[in-house]
Design a protein around this ligand. Structure first.
Ligand SMILES: Cc1cc2nc3c(=O)[nH]c(=O)nc-3n(C[C@H](O)[C@H](O)[C@H](O)COP(=O)(O)OP(=O)(O)OC[C@H]3O[C@@H](n4cnc5c(N)ncnc54)[C@H](O)[C@@H]3O)c2cc1C
Length: 393
């Protein structure tokens, strides 16, 4: 099968790369290994209710994403997420507010540094310990950053996490999702006359002859002159080893971590927990609990819990749900869990990315993902946009 362009990986990076290429009139094939599109965007649906096992929120500061939604006439599909707060789960089982855990004298003493201290060249731990106080960082904020990035985030470059995007598209709610969760976003973007998706597709081998790339899969041979890799860095590294050894070596240097995300749907009357956006533990085996309370429902409530150990047993998942959310297994209407992988970035990452970009120059091969600008959906879309522009120049 011959396509103008092939995109390997059907997460948000691959989908948006395919979208930008398709908008230029190219016929694009997305080859996705699993049986569904979305990757870390993973909505779990039961009847008319859903919860997110992965990403849950888009913001109106996501400029590249809102542009796609506008071009698809899907602006009105974005639904406002209502306000709710995050709480800290203490070792004694109590839920307390985040501000109540902060030492305000320490905070006030350090906060003025926010005006002079630059994030560049500092880790999350170094930067936020300096502007919020070391004690505050160790006790509360390190847990908060762990919850945001779904990993121990102390070594992350400070300028790559929690970016402030000043520009907002006021046509969209400040933070939003969709009627059927972020799965709608996947449908909206993948629904394009120039895009064909091939699920459950295993790449068996990849070769290049002249200007033509040939991808042998479990079902077909795909041929193209423009190829995009939108898989996690370790997978990209393996896939391109024979055609681009230098790029393979560079992408292999990017660290990653895995987590286990479990979700439950429960009848409202079977949960006693107050309305919450989520829970950050003081010291536990999980990074965070994310609720669906921001999109309330008459009948159900939903909770996702992100565990540090990707190999955690089902019994331990259920025991933690009982301990933290107070819901017994017999009251689960639905229960599901999955493994996610995220890049673990550290100082010096920018130089690595510059090396990858230099190696890509002048080639019809593009690499996108959540390890170029940052982890967020918007970071992925921006990279996909820039790479699609480059390979179609
Ligand atoms: C729990 C969690 C919560 C998050 N919350 C938010 C949030 O609220 N807002 C936000 O902006 N961001 C959030 N993020 C981050 C964001 O969701 C991810 O960084 C982003 O979705 C990654 O997209 P991607 O396409 O780069 O990678 P992935 O989503 O990992 O997609 C890669 C795809 O490649 C496929 N693949 C792998 N190997 C192969 C192969 N050999 N051949 C073909 N295909 C292959 C995978 O199956 C997958 O579909 C969250 C992430 C997680 C895990």
């Amino acid at each position: 099968m011959v396509f103008d362009s092939i995109v390997i990986g059907g997460g948000i990076s691959g989908l948006t790369a395919a979208h930008f290429l398709a908008e230029k009139g190219l016929k694009v094939a997305i080859l996705e290994k699993s049986e569904r599109l979305g990757g870390c965007i993973h909505t779990f649906q039961k009847d008319n209710y859903w919860i997110e096992l992965g990403a849950h929120t888009c913001y109106n500061s996501y400029k590249y994403l809102t542009q796609i939604l506008e071009s698809k006439n899907a602006k009105d599909k974005a639904l406002n997420r209502t306000k709710a707060s995050y709480k800290v789960f203490k070792s004694d089982g109590k839920l307390v507010s985040i501000p109540s855990q902060l030492n305000f004298l320490q905070l006030l003493g350090n906060l003025p540094k926010i005006f002079s201290l630059k994030k560049e060249g500092l880790t999350v731990e170094q930067y936020y310990s300096k502007i919020l106080g070391k004690g505050n960082y160790d006790k509360v904020l390190s847990k908060f950053f762990g919850a945001v990035s779904c990993q121990e985030a102390g070594d992350f470059p400070a300028d790559m996490l929690l970016k402030r995007r000043k520009e907002r598209n006021k046509e969209f709610p400040k933070s939003y999702t969709f009627e059927h969760g972020l799965n709608d976003l996947i449908h909206i973007i993948s629904n394009h006359p120039n895009i064909s998706t091939f699920l459950s597709t295993d790449i068996l081998s990849l070769s290049k002859e002249g200007e033509k790339y040939s991808v042998q899969t479990n079902t077909n041979t795909f041929e193209t002159e423009k190829i995009t890799f939108a898989t996690p860095p370790n997978i990209t590294s393996t896939l391109i080893k024979t055609i681009q050894p230098k790029l393979s070596e560079l992408t292999s240097k990017i660290g990653f971590s895995k987590l286990c995300s479990a979700g439950i749907i429960v009848k409202k009357e079977n949960v006693n927990l107050e309305k919450l956006a989520g829970i950050v533990p003081e010291s536990e085996s999980f990074f965070s609990v994310v609720t669906r309370d921001v999109m309330p429902d008459d009948m159900y409530r939903g909770f996702s819990i992100h565990f540090k150990n990707p190999d955690i047993t089902e019994a331990k998942i259920k025991a933690t749900i009982k301990k933290v959310i107070g819901v017994d297994e017999k009251d689960f209407e639905s229960f599901q869990y999955t493994i996610h992988q995220l890049p673990s970035l550290s100082l010096g990452h920018q130089e690595l990315i510059e090396g990858i970009n230099k190696e890509l120059e002048g080639r019809n091969i593009s690499i996108t993902g959540n390890y170029f600008y940052g982890l967020s959906i918007e970071d992925c879309v921006q990279r996909s946009f820039e790479e699609s522009e480059r390979i179609t120049q």
